[in-house]
Design a protein around this ligand. Structure first.
Ligand code: G3P
Length: 226
C-alpha cells in the first residue's frame, strides 16, 4: 500500500515527506478552503505541493460541465507532470475523464460510493478511483465493505486498454478517519490510502512501542551509570 497525504497544508506535506514514506498528495476544495486558500493562488499552491512531492498530486476541478472540466483539467495538468486531475463521479465527470485520458491526462475519480460508479470510472479511463470510507460510515453505511467490493470488482477485469499509457487503475481509500481504516483497507488490497496528517501520526504510534522505548532508555541510563 502507498500513502498519500490528504491535505493542502504545505507544512504538513513537508513534514510528512521528510518521514520518507509519502508517495503523493490529494487535495480538494474543502481542504484548500481550510488553509485560507484564495482562487487566484490555487495553481501556484498546487505547484508548490508538486515541488515538495515527487508522486501524484491530485487537484480538483469544481466545474460542472464536461467542456469546463476538460478545460480545467488541461490547465491543471500544465502545472506539473505529476498533477492528477480530480473529478467527481457524475455523468459530466465521466465524459471529461474519457476526453482527458485520451489526451494522456491522469484522472482521480472522486466521491465514489459504489461498485457501479467505480467500474464506470475505470472504463472511462480514470487512473485512480477514490471510494470514501468515513463519509459512507457517516450515513450508517459500511465504508470499508464498499472499498472491499470495489477492489474485488475491479480485479475481475482488465481496464488497461482504457487508461493513460495502459496503466492499471488504482484504488485510493479516501475519507480515512483512523489508523484502523488504513489497516482494513490494506487487508482488502486497496492500492493507496490517502490520510489526513493526524491519522498519519497515529499510524506511527503504538503504546507498546512507547512503553518499550521508555524501558530501553531507563535501562541505558543504568548502563551509563554502572
Ligand atoms: O480527499 C477526499 C476525502 O479524503 C475527504 O475526506 O474526511 O472530508 O470525508 P473527509
Amino acid at each position: 500500500m502507498k500513502f498519500f497525504l490528504d491535505t493542502a497544508d504545505l507544512a504538513e506535506i513537508e513534514e510528512a515527506a521528510s518521514w520518507g514514506a509519502l508517495a503523493g498528495v490529494t487535495t480538494n476544495p474543502s481542504l484548500y478552503a481550510r488553509i485560507g486558500g484564495k482562487l487566484e493562488d490555487f495553481h501556484a499552491h498546487i505547484k508548490r505541493i508538486c515541488d515538495i512531492v515527487d508522486g501524484p498530486v491530485s487537484a480538483e476541478s469544481v466545474a460542472m460541465t464536461r467542456d469546463e472540466i476538460i478545460r480545467d483539467g488541461l490547465e491543471l495538468a500544465e502545472i506539473a507532470p505529476n498533477v492528477v486531475v480530480k473529478i467527481p463521479t457524475m455523468v459530466e465527470g465521466l465524459a471529461a475523464t474519457r476526453a482527458l485520458a485520451d489526451r494522456g491526462v491522469a484522472v482521480n475519480m472522486t466521491l465514489c460510493f459504489s461498485v457501479p460508479q467505480a467500474l464506470l470510472a475505470a472504463r472511462a479511463g480514470a487512473r485512480y478511483v477514490s471510494p470514501f470510507i468515513g463519509r459512507f460510515d457517516d450515513i450508517s453505511e459500511d465504508g470499508l465493505a464498499q472499498v472491499e467490493n470495489i477492489v474485488a470488482a475491479l480485479n475481475n477485469y482488465d481496464f488497461t486498454s482504457s487508461t493513460v499509457n495502459g496503466e492499471r487503475i488504482e484504488v485510493i481509500a479516501a475519507s480515512v478517519r483512523s489508523a484502523n481504516h488504513v489497516t482494513q483497507a490494506a487487508l482488502m488490497g486497496a492500492d493507496i490510502a490517502t490520510v489526513p496528517f493526524g491519522v498519519l501520526k497515529k499510524m506511527v504510534q503504538h503504546p507498546l512501542t512507547d512503553r518499550g522505548l521508555d524501558s530501553f532508555l531507563k535501562d541505558w541510563e543504568k548502563v551509563q551509570n554502572a
